[in-house]
Design a protein around this ligand. Sequence first.
Ligand code: NAI
Ligand code: MG
Length: 359
Amino acid sequence: MKKSIALLPGDGIGKEVVEATVEILKAIGEQFNHQFQFNYGLIGGDAIDQKGNPLPEETIAICKESDAIILGAVGGPKWDHNPVELRPERGLLALRKELDLFANLRPIKTFESLLDSSPLKKEYVDGVDFVIVRELTGGLYFGKPSERIVRDGEDAVVDTLLYKRYEIERILVSAFEIAQKRRKHVTSVDKANVLESSRVWREVAEEVAARYPDVTLEHMLVDNAAMQLIRSPRQFDVIATENMFGDILSDEASMITGSLGMLSSASLSSGGLHLYEPVHGSAPDIAGQNIANPIATILSAATLLRQSFGLEEEAKAIEKAVENVLNSGKRTADLAEGGKSISTKQMSEEIINALADDQ
Ligand code: NAI
Ligand code: MG
C-alpha cells in the first residue's frame, strides 16, 4: 500500500515523540511492504516564529495532499504572552475547523504491567478497554448566543447548546461504525431527563441504532456515566456523547490508565482526512531532554493505520509490541517511579525490536 502522512510535530516534546513514531512507521512499512511518504508541516509556536502564523497556508496544503495527519503538540512559555491570534493553540483550533474534525476518539485501555499506575484499585481497572467518541465541533462550546446580557433588568449570561440533527447523526454513526469492529455495544450518554437537546440526541441514537442491528444501544445519563466510569469501567465498549459531556468524561476516564504519556487520540473529519495526536501537550518542563514517553503518539499512529488505512494487522502489531516492551519492564521516566528508565529514542527502538521479534 502506498500512502502519504502529514507530520506536524509542533513544539516542545511534540517533535521528539513524532520523530520516535516515524521510526515505528518506517519499520512497519518495511515489515508489511507499505510505502509511507512523510510530509512535514509547521504548526504552533515554531510556525509563528518562522511564518508569523500558527497555521500557515502551506501546512493546510500539506495536510490536504496527505491521506492522514499526525500531530505532536503545540505551545510553550515562549508564546504565552502573545496576542490571541498569535498563540500556538490557535493553529490547532484552526486546523480542526478547516478540516471539520467533528469526532474525537479517545481509547482508554489499561496495560497489565501498568495497573499500579492508576490511582484506582487494580481489580477495577484490570481489563478496561473502551473508546470515548466525543462530538467536537458543536454543542455548548460553539452555540450562539454566548454572551453577557440583561434579562428582566438584571445582569445575566447565556450560552447556547445547539445541534443540527445531522451533527448528532454523524457522531452516532461514527460510534456505531467503531462498535461494529469491537464488542458491539454503544453507550449513548446524555441528560435526557432535563435537556431537550438530549431528548433529540436519544431519538437520533435510536434511529441510527436501527441501521446497526448487530450493535446494542444503551442510554445512560451523564451523571450516572461519571459514576459508572469509576465503579465498573469494564462495562463500556464505545461511549458516544456531546462536546462538553465528552470533554469532562474523557479527562475523568484518562485517570483509569494513569499516565498522560500513554493516552492516544484520533479526530475524525467529515471529509475523510483524519488527525491523530497524543492527548498530552508540549511538556516544556521536559522538552529537549529525550526523556518524553512516545507511546501516546505511537498508539495514535496505530489507530491511524487501523482507522484511515484499514491496516488492522499492522495496528495490532504495534499495540502488541508496546505491550511486550512494557511487560519486559522497560519504562520511560514518567512510568519508572524514580527507578531505572530509558530515553524516548530507546523506547522507540525497543518497540521496533519487539515488532521484529514477533514476526
Ligand atoms: P502537558 O501535557 O504538556 O504536561 C503536563 C505534565 O505531564 C508535565 O509535567 C509533562 O512533563 C508531563 N508529560 C506530558 N506528556 C508527557 C510525555 N509524553 N512523557 C512524559 N511526561 C509527559 O500539559 P501542560 O503542562 O498543561 O501544557 C504545556 C503546554 O502544552 C502548554 O503550552 C499547553 O497550552 C500545551 N498543550 C497543548 C496541547 C496540544 O497540543 N494538543 C494539549 C495540552 C496542552
Ligand atoms: Mg479537557
